[in-house]
Each structure stands twice: as structure tokens, then as C-alpha cells.
Design a binder for this molecule. Structure first.
Ligand SMILES: C[S@@+](CC[C@H](N)C(=O)[O-])C[C@H]1O[C@@H](n2cnc3c(N)ncnc32)[C@H](O)[C@@H]1O
Length: 304
């Protein structure tokens, strides 16, 4: 959307070749309270392989936790653009080694809430990036409605709606795609906090959340998470029952996701791989030469 999306291109994004793409061994399942909390904490501090700047960045830590707890067999994203949220999903699937198939759908033509961008160029760059790093991920360059027949009914575990954000558009997209959700189905909706004219996801969300179990965040334009399918994994059910019955947990979890999400771009920068010692020596050489010259000038000036 115009006010939030910076026209950041994959080549300009924060890139990070992560040695930690896979979770550390010993990261665990939810067999006790401590382990459950650790499982969530580990996920919230995980990072995507690259961060292509997007208004969605603040929700990436939660996305990792969601992948870890729900182990989706597939993830479908409606509205990919530069790939910020899509690459995060591919990274989460790789980290937890859960065999998730990731599909991204976009016509790469932009819409009236996204700034205009060069769709051909962005599609090409993202396709090349995915081929290198996540070769099993699939992009469909189509209108959402034309991609419907690609997926069987009842098969999608996580369906992420992030196309045009008017009320009419989200109602139409959800009506079209709702039958595709599996019995474990989870739907994500970005921009539930934006109430300016034209943005209508919040109205849609206010109605939807009376009909199923949900989690919601207000930062980074807001994210609604609807657990539409009746057969969620035990770990997801556990998160939901904490969310629904434990007020301090809910506040803690929401605030933690928000803070960690906001800091993600900084943490990505902070963990760029350390330069090799030989490179450091090369970089230091002119500084050392300069220091030597300074010392010589200094000693000449002091008459020594
Ligand atoms: C908000 S951006 C997606 C941002 C992305 N999820 C991220 O966080 O980095 C919305 C994208 O949806 C696409 N879009 C909107 N309506 C569409 C439709 N009906 N069919 C295909 N693509 C659509 C636009 O081309 C635009 O690239």
C-alpha cells in the first residue's frame, strides 16, 4: 500500500546468507511447558535467509512460530510482489525441514494500494533468487482467480491473503479461496489495522473473527490469523488455548512478536557474516599506511 511499501527491490534488500537456516539440533517439540515455551522462543528469534523490505516484516517472527507449530504441508500466498513474506515462508519451511511446498501467486502488475513497480523485472529477479535458494518454491504469474484451478479443494494448510486491500477484494478473494483450505487450514490476512478510506480488511476481519478461532496482531499494519480448519495440530491448539484463556500469556506473546518483529531488519544487518581474516587485512592495509605516515609527520614535526 502506498504509505507502507517502499519500492525496495530484491537486489537492494538486506541479504543474509544464513548459516543457521536449519534449526539448531535439540530445538524441541511441545512435550512440557518449558519445552513449549522454548519451541516458541526459538522460532521467534529465527531469521529468514534474506529480508526484502516489506510492510510485512514485523510478522515474520510469528510466521516462523506458526510454521513450527502447524507444520503446514503447503503454503499459498496471494500477493507476493518483491517476495518479503514469501521468502520468509520458504525460510521457515527450510528451517524446520517439514517438507512444506510453497506457492506464490501474483500477476506482478501491482494494484492501487501498492506503488507502481516494474513487474517483469521483479518477477525475474525473484524467480532467479528462488531458483538459487529455494528451488522447490513455485511462482504463478496469474490473476488470483485464474490460479484457482491449480489447487484442489480442501488441500491448503496455510493460505495468506495479501492482494488488494479493499473490502470488496478481500471478500471476493476469501469466497473464492475458502474452499481450498484443508481441515488443518489457517488463513492469514494482512492490514487488519488500517482503517483509512479504501482499506477494508479490518471490516472483513471483524466479521470473520466471530466465526472461528483467531489470533490478531496490531503492529506492522496488523495481521489476522484465522484457524479455519477444525483439525489443528496439538501444538497449535495449545497456543490457541493459552491465547484464549491466559491473559498475561496473550499480552506477552503479542508484545514479544511485535518487538522482535520490529527489530528484525536490525538483527538481519547485525548478523551479516563476519568478513574473512584475509579481507580484514586487505581493508586495514591503507589505514595502517595512513597511520604510519601520520606517525612520520608527527615525529618530523616534533623534531625527533
Ligand atoms: C501488498 S502486495 C504483496 C506484498 C507481499 N505479500 C509482501 O509482504 O512482500 C500486493 C500484491 O498483490 C498483487 N495483486 C493484487 N490483486 C491481485 C489479483 N487479483 N491477482 C493477482 N495479483 C494481485 C499485486 O500485483 C501486488 O504485487
Amino acid at each position: 500500500m502506498a504509505s507502507e511499501y517502499r519500492p525496495e527491490r530484491p537486489s537492494l534488500a538486506v541479504q543474509r546468507q544464513s548459516p543457521e537456516l536449519k534449526q539448531p539440533t535439540g530445538a524441541c517439540e511441545s512435550s512440557s511447558d518449558d519445552l513449549f515455551e522454548w519451541a516458541i522462543t526459538e522460532a521467534l528469534f529465527a531469521k529468514p535467509l534474506s529480508l526484502f523490505l516489506t510492510a510485512w516484516a514485523g510478522h515474520i517472527p510469528f510466521l516462523f512460530a506458526l510454521f513450527k507449530l502447524s507444520k503446514p504441508r503447503n503454503y499459498v500466498e496471494l500477493g507476493v510482489q518483491y517476495g518479503g513474506s514469501f521468502v520468509a515462508a520458504c525460510s521457515a519451511a527450510a528451517r524446520y525441514d517439514i517438507g512444506t511446498s510453497c506457492f506464490g501467486i501474483d500477476n506482478w502488475q501491482g494494484d492501487r494500494h501498492s506503488r507502481s513497480y516494474d513487474g517483469d523485472d521483479e518477477f525475474r529477479k525473484l524467480s532467479e533468487y528462488l531458483k538459487r535458494h529455494f528451488p522447490t518454491a513455485v511462482l504463478h504469474r496469474k490473476d488470483f482467480s485464474d490460479a484457482l484451478q491449480t489447487f484442489e479443494d480442501g488441500t491448503i494448510d496455510i493460505l495468506h491473503f495479501d492482494g488488494l486491500h479493499t473490502l470488496e477484494a478481500i471478500q471476493r478473494d476469501f469466497a473464492d479461496w475458502r474452499p481450498k483450505l484443508s481441515r488443518r487450514g489457517i488463513a492469514l490476512f494482512h492490514d487488519i489495522s488500517l482503517r483509512e478510506a479504501e482499506f477494508g480488511v479490518w471490516k472483513f476481519w471483524d466479521r470473520l473473527k466471530t466465526s472461528c478461532r483467531t489470533i490478531e496482531f496490531y503492529h506492522s499494519a496488523g495481521l489476522g490469523v484465522a484457524f479455519v480448519g477444525p483439525d489443528q495440530t496439538p501444538a497449535v491448539n495449545r497456543l490457541l488455548s493459552q491465547w484464549e484463556t491466559n491473559d498475561p500469556f496473550r499480552e506477552f506473546f503479542r508484545t514479544t512478536c511485535e518487538h522482535i518483529g520490529r527489530e528484525l531488519p536490525d538483527r538481519m544487518m547485525a548478523t551479516l557474516p563476519a568478513p574473512q581474516p584475509s579481507k580484514v587485512r586487505r581493508l586495514l592495509r591503507p589505514i595502517k599506511r595512513f597511520a604510519k605516515r601520520l606517525a612520520m609527520v608527527g615525529s618530523a614535526g616534533s623534531g625527533k
